[in-house]
Write a protein that binds this ligand. Structure first.
Ligand SMILES: O=C(O)[C@H](O)[C@@H](O)[C@H](O)[C@H](O)COP(=O)(O)O
Length: 249
């Protein structure tokens, strides 16, 4: 890492250790806030093991479920029970068994019009604003305690894709993504960079040899969406041995 790089990379052995490290960080963020906690989850395969861990007795018993609220960083216009539904995956893996239903805040893509993703985005933006209690994000009072993130092979994160205008949205908290250069593509909704940044900690989870090439580009400083996602607090990259670039150090 260069000296002016404010992200912190934590290397772990494998996906099992990565999930444990992420779970401990999540618990620490909850413990650091004695009031209402807000956590923004992510989709993709990377967080699945963490979500499974949170549902086990050992972790479940350590979470004060009544005061933790769960949001999602991006969503696809697919039915709630589709495996590609990000909040659907989190619900099936742990939330529906552990969290009060009123503490789960899905982006309502399953019931919205895919031809108008911005309309659905505006609904979620309104939900976030009323949860936060203000229309302007104050760096002294982050929206989220923790934001989980993944990275795609093209350097996208959440549903912020290279070259997409959503990357430059500053006034909006949430935007529609009507198309992007990924196959197969379904319309999506994503939180914008300033909204994701409004957190005490942003935690990327990256595992597996297939991620090494994109991590090499990202850690070299290439201008890609995942490099533009930075927390106003801490930005941590949890990376397993197989994903870690060879010359990292
Ligand atoms: O809905 C999604 O798919 C995501 O929010 C997306 O940004 C994901 O985090 C990356 O594509 C990494 O996906 P994997 O974890 O499956 O590699």
């Amino acid at each position: 890492m260069t000296a002016n790089d404010d992200r912190h990379v934590v290397a772990v052995a494998d996906p099992t250790e990565l999930a444990k490290a992420a779970a401990e960080r999540l618990l620490a963020r909850i413990a650091a806030n004695s009031g209402r906690v807000a956590i923004c989850l992510t989709g993709g395969s990377s967080p699945k093991q963490l979500y499974q861990l949170l549902a086990t007795d050992a972790y479940r018993s350590r979470i004060p479920w009544q005061r933790v609220h769960w949001f999602i960083g991006d969503e696809r216009f697919v039915p709630a029970d589709d495996p590609l539904n990000n909040m659907g995956m989190a619900r099936a893996t742990f939330l529906d068994r552990c969290a009060p239903a009123t503490n789960i805040h899905p982006i309502p893509t399953a019931t919205a019009d895919p031809a108008d993703p911005d309309r659905c985005a505006a609904l979620y933006e309104q939900e976030l604003r009323s949860f936060y209690g203000a229309d302007t994000l104050d760096p002294a009072h982050p929206l989220f305690d923790l934001v989980l993130m993944g990275v795609g092979p093209d350097g996208h994160t959440a549903s912020l894709f290279p070259g997409d205008p959503a990357l430059d949205a500053t006034a909006r908290w949430v935007v529609g993504v009507p198309k992007a250069n990924v196959e197969p593509f379904v319309p999506r909704v994503t939180l914008t960079l300033p909204t994701l940044a409004s957190c005490r900690e942003m935690l990327f989870e990256v595992a597996g040899g297939a991620k090494r090439a994109i991590l090499t580009r990202l850690f070299a400083g290439e201008n890609l969406p995942a490099n533009r996602a930075r927390s106003t607090g801490e930005t941590i990259w949890l990376v397993d041995r197989d994903a870690l670039p060879e010359d990292f150090g």
